[in-house]
Design a protein around this ligand. Structure first.
Ligand SMILES: C[S@@+](CC[C@H](N)C(=O)[O-])C[C@H]1O[C@@H](n2cnc3c(N)ncnc32)[C@H](O)[C@@H]1O
Length: 358
């Protein structure tokens, strides 16, 4: 595709002929592309097409599209690189690309749509109030409309069992790649036990148990999460090596373990609460034990990890005081807590492990 070159004029002189508005337009109108993909996921389009190619008419009947939108919707997905097509209009047959077939078919284990489903059902509308979040510092999600305050934002979300399940599936989608990488890369040879604090459905414990046969894991989370985590661990036949425990990490001690992991936990809380949680981890570890924090750790210059920075904006929208942080921030908090050394382990995409040793 040819790119348009802008030639702005200042004081009658041509300047900066290399400038193009492409990046600005792509990001500025990015919600068109985002919402088109999210709608296709909501309609299970990629799961349906995993069964084989279909014509536009067949797709229309299966997902109930209006005739007016049919070919524009499907061909936009072709142009965006999410569908393949042979033929045009009535003669066209549509199929998944290798990526959408692998990652967006609900019946495949690599399905990552959980976070995208939550993106569509919750975050899309809450980010619509980003300006209000930016000017007031107040969350814009369910908390904004809550009639009472328990002190834990998760209580509001977990009142609705469907939202609870959707949230836990979303967390698994975001973190699975990083968990797999951590379970394979981290040196577990000196350790036997691990607790994943705020372990959600148990995905981190599952990966460690599968990749490190000598490890015993405990997935620790709030009581409403326990039955779902137990189902998940049983489904993977790991209940002899992974225990699921219900508890509140602000109110009770964490189970004593050689390794304590917190995945996307510290970013949910303000600095005082972060330090409190790190102290909880410190107290539960033996000398030499490791505290591992798996998050979209922001680069120290705060200029490269855009996903980590936007995750921090997401914490503005979703929590009362949460924010993402750099490795230098983590290192500072770790030393304040009493940890001896720290290290940084890149995992997958924008996600890494910030590790502190007692
Ligand atoms: C952002 S999710 C992260 C889940 C998972 N660790 C991951 O990396 O995908 C935060 C988790 O912390 C749990 N959580 C929140 N408050 C908690 C508390 N007070 N005690 C224990 N777990 C809590 C939530 O239920 C949720 O599973």
């Amino acid at each position: 595709m040819e790119t348009t070159t802008l030639q702005p004029k200042t004081n009658g002189k041509q300047t900066a002929p290399h400038l193009t508005p492409e990046h600005i337009m792509q990001i500025g109108m990015g919600f068109w592309a985002s919402k088109t993909l999210l709608a296709a996921i909501k309609f299970d389009l990629f799961t349906i097409l995993a069964g084989g190619k279909l014509t536009g008419g067949e797709i229309k009947n299966k997902i109930g599209l209006h005739a007016r939108s049919l070919y524009d919707f499907l061909d936009t997905l072709v142009a965006l690189g999410f569908l393949r097509r042979e033929g045009l209009y009535e003669t066209a047959e549509y199929s998944n690309t290798p990526e959408t077939d692998f990652f967006l078919d609900k019946n495949k284990p690599a399905y990552i749509g959980g976070i995208l489903e939550m993106g569509n059902n919750r975050l899309y509308k809450y980010w619509g109030d980003l300006e209000e979040a930016l000017t007031t510092g107040q969350p814009q999600n369910e908390i904004k409309y809550a009639t009472s305050d328990t002190g834990n934002p998760f209580d509001e979300l977990y009142k609705d069992p469907a939202k609870l399940r959707e949230f836990l599936n979303a967390m698994t989608g975001v973190q699975m790649g990083a968990f797999m990488s951590f379970a394979k890369q981290f040196d577990f040879s000196n350790y036997k036990t691990l607790t994943d604090a705020g372990g959600s459905i148990g995905a981190l414990s599952m990966q460690v148990a599968l990749n490190q046969p000598h490890m015993h894991c405990t997935s620790f989370d709030l009581a409403p999460v326990k039955p779902l985590a137990e189902d998940f661990i049983n489904k993977h036949h790991l209940s002899d090596r992974v225990e699921v425990k219900a508890g509140d990490f602000f109110k009770e001690a964490l189970p004593k373990s050689d390794v304590i992991v917190m995945g996307n936990i510290l970013h949910d809380w303000d600095e005082k609460e972060k330090l409190q949680l790190m102290k909880q981890a410190y107290d539960a570890l033996p000398e030499g034990g490791a505290f591992v924090c798996i998050e979209s750790v922001i680069d120290n210059e705060r200029s490269k990890n855009a996903f980590g920075l936007m995750m921090s904006l997401n914490m503005l929208v979703e929590t009362k005081g949460g924010f993402d942080f750099t490795f230098n921030d983590f290192d500072d908090w770790a030393h304040k807590t009493g940890f001896k050394t720290t290290e940084w382990l890149p995992l997958a995409g924008p996600t890494s492990a910030a590790i502190a040793y007692k």
